[in-house]
Design a binder for this molecule. Structure first.
Ligand SMILES: Cc1ncc(C[n+]2csc(CCOP(=O)(O)OP(=O)(O)O)c2C)c(N)n1
Length: 685
């Protein structure tokens, strides 16, 4: 087969100059619909005839490379409009074509791990007409989603779930005495997570027919870490792999499982010793590979053989791919263009460039956090930082440049990251476990059992708290206040702005007798002047931002600006408004809360989190103290009790009803002014 043409929509230099702003760390983009220059468009549109995979299966195998080329060009074109995950999808174009060609999807079950590589899959499975709505409000999800298509049998976005879900499908199929295939595709990054091993261990001991495809591109978001990664590299770099590539066809046509059992066993071990794979064999899998994941002549016959093999039990096919394959800028960039901002490939006219306003260089919360942690680490050599495969997304790439020995990337392994941090804390170190709010969910028992019960001073830095935009509900940091707030002894802080974040990092560094957590949102701060170093805050003490007499707004986190805007409107309506920024969700500033309750008629709590968080704790206290029995009008404002789909963060907060005019309306409602409240919501304050 021929190698797909390299797309040439943009020169390498142009691209390099744009990379700083274009590369998105997880959840850093918002979509627009500007028409891009189309890279590598092909004139012959075989792809146009494919509405669903059944159409693909009507083609001859020698037409598949062209389909792959067109699919690659279409993926690049779509992502250049919407932004999103690019490198991973480009790396699995041939694999996607081969899987849908060989397997009878959707009856055969195909589960993509994480789902960030599934854009080509979406194009082939009836969603091409909507592919330019990816990650936008009302559009296609950036991940696989059951409600979106029958070709997405299992929704994902958090990694390493595919083998478990696929085994569930396989065992369910066996109970129903059906014959369909079940295939899970998992990356070498995702296979580093504990859940993947748990599933391999369980599947290997089961006799259920399950096909696991290990998509080994030697990349996670950053280069992968750990012993598994080294093991896979050893297999792939062996001389035998290179020669095996040449005999892949022969290998495929005499599938060793057909050889009688004794010979088969001997061959297993021999092959395992030569090319690696023994680890998977020992776990009970039949290991096939490594094979070239961009060569359809290799992929298709191997997949057909595995599909037609009558023997039971799990099979693991080790496929070697290149992240960003077929698009030179992606292949050449350090992160293989894991993800890009919208319009990343648009070549602008001179006029468009002239109209462009220079972007203000307000640092993101992530960057402020990284710099603040560097300051703390400079003063205290016990400060250590841990990330679970997200060095750039968490800012630990910046910290790691300054303190490489004090930075640990443990791979996609949040549970291990937490307990590892607990061990470091036992040894007297000051571990900062920097994990997005949404991904810390995976390590909840470790947080409770290994950290909180033992009162260990692990510092959790929860980036991407609140709504996150284009990544949607799977990535929203909605629940940490609820899931941490109920744990005895935790100190929980929420930064209202970037200066507060610096203070909270310093405070967390100083707390050495209890677990602590700081939450802060995605995106830029307010552009405030930053101090040289954060100050240690008084634990459990809030601050008054503005004093009034009738209405009290109790804020936690970055809704503070919305509170300020709301207070202006309320003051103008004659409703004198106090704003308090509580800073701590735990321990609560009970004195301040009681005082404000006594001195005001209306009390509103507001936070960027679900029910069960800050507001619930305030209400619990007021109810316990009998302070709700005397006519105080309390209204908690939290995220709605539903999973919100992707959209621009501003729009998401609008839908959530947590903007200034919603606060104004809530106050008016509490005062019985329903009509005025309705008018405020409609009129946009
Ligand atoms: C539990 C969890 N932690 C972190 C992430 C963030 N994340 C998304 S994709 C990715 C890298 C996945 O690497 P790999 O499985 O090798 O796939 P590739 O992108 O290389 O194709 C990471 C760390 C996640 N989705 N889920």
């Amino acid at each position: 087969m021929t190698t797909p043409p390299k797309a040439t929509g943009m020169s390498r230099d142009n691209l390099a100059s744009q990379r700083e702003t274009n590369i998105l760390q997880e959840c850093e983009i918002e979509a627009t619909d500007v028409k891009p220059q189309v890279p590598g468009k092909l004139s012959n549109h075989l792809l146009d005839a494919i509405k669903i995979p059944a159409d693909l299966r009507k083609l001859n195998t020698d037409q598949l490379p062209q389909i792959a080329d067109e699919l690659r060009a279409e993926t690049i074109d779509a992502v250049s409009v919407t932004g999103g995950h690019l490198g991973a999808g480009l790396g699995v174009v041939e694999l996607t074509v081969a899987l849908h060609y060989v397997f009878n999807t959707p009856d055969d079950i195909l589960i993509w791990d994480v789902g960030h590589q599934a854009y080509p899959h979406k194009i082939l499975t009836g969603r091409r007409d909507r592919i330019r709505t990816l990650r936008q409000g009302g559009g296609l999800s950036g991940f696989t989603k059951r409600s979106e298509s029958e070709y997405d049998p299992f929704g994902a976005a958090h990694s390493s779930t595919s083998i478990s879900a696929a085994l569930g499908y396989a065992v369910g199929r066996d109970f129903k005495r059906k014959k369909n295939n079940v295939v899970a595709v998992i990356g070498d990054g995702a296979v580093s997570a504990g859940m993947a091993y748990e599933a391999l261990n369980n599947a290997g001991a089961s006799n259920s027919r399950l096909i696991v495809i290990l998509n080994d591109n030697d990349m996670s978001i950053a280069p992968p870490t750990g012993a598994m990664s080294a093991y896979l590299s050893r297999i792939v770099s062996s001389k035998e792999y290179r020669s095996l590539r040449h005999i892949a066809k022969e290998f495929a046509s005499i599938f060793p499982r057909r050889i009688k059992e004794a010979a088969r066993k001997a061959e297993h071990y021999a092959r395992g010793m030569v090319t690696g794979g023994t680890l998977f064999e020992e776990l009970g899998f039949y290991y096939v590979g490594p094979i070239d994941g961009h060569n359809l002549d290799h992929l298709v016959p191997v997949l057909e053989n595995v599909r037609d093999d009558p023997q039971g039990g799990p099979v693991l096919i080790h496929v070697v791919t290149q992240k960003g394959h077929g698009y030179a800028p992606a292949e050449e960039s350090a992160d293989k263009l894991h993800a890009v901002a919208p319009k990343f490939n648009v070549i602008k006219t001179a006029e468009e460039k002239a109209q462009e306003k220079p972007k203000p260089s307000i640092p993101t919360y992530t960057k402020v956090f990284a710099e603040a942690l560097i300051k703390e680490a400079e003063h205290d050599n016990r400060v250590l930082a841990i990330t679970a495969a997200m060095p750039s997304g968490t800012g630990l790439d910046i910290f790691g440049k300054k303190f490489p020995e004090r930075t640990f990337d443990v791979g996609i392994a949040e549970q291990h990251a937490v307990t590892f941090a607990a061990g470091l804390a036992c040894e007297g170190f000051k571990p900062f476990c920097v994990i997005y709010s949404t991904f810390l969910q995976r390590a909840y028992d470790q947080v409770v059992h290994d950290v909180a019960i033992q009162k260990l001073p692990v510092r959790f830095m929860m980036d991407r708290a609140g709504l996150v935009g284009a990544d949607g509900s799977t990535h929203a940091g909605s629940f940490d206040l609820a899931y941490l707030g109920c744990l005895p002894g935790f100190v929980i802080m929420a930064a209202a702005d970037e200066v507060e974040l610096m203070h909270m990092v310093a405070t967390a560094a100083a707390i050495d007798d209890a677990p602590s957590a700081v939450r802060y949102p995605r995106g830029e701060g307010l552009g405030l002047q930053l101090p040289e170093r954060g100050q240690v805050l008084a634990i459990g003490k809030g601050r008054i931002i503005k004093e009034g007499t009738k209405v009290a707004l109790l804020n936690l986190g970055t809704r503070l600006n919305e509170c300020r805007k709301a207070a202006e409107v309320l003051d103008a309506r004659g409703l004198s408004t106090t704003i308090a920024d509580l800073r701590f969700a735990k321990p609560l500033d009970l004195d301040l809360i009681e005082q404000l309750s006594e001195e005001h008629e209306v009390l509103i709590t507001i936070e960027e989190g679900s029910i069960g968080g800050f507001g619930s704790h305030v209400l619990h206290h007021l109810a316990s103290m009998g302070m709700l029995d005397r006519g105080l009008k309390v209204r908690p404002m939290v995220l709605p009790d539903q999973f919100q789909d992707q959209d621009a963060p501003g729009k998401q907060y609008e839908q959530a009803g947590l903007n200034a005019r919603h606060i104004v309306a809530k106050v008016l409602e509490a005062l019985g002014q329903e009509e005025a409240a309705a008018a405020v919501v409609v009129a946009r304050a």
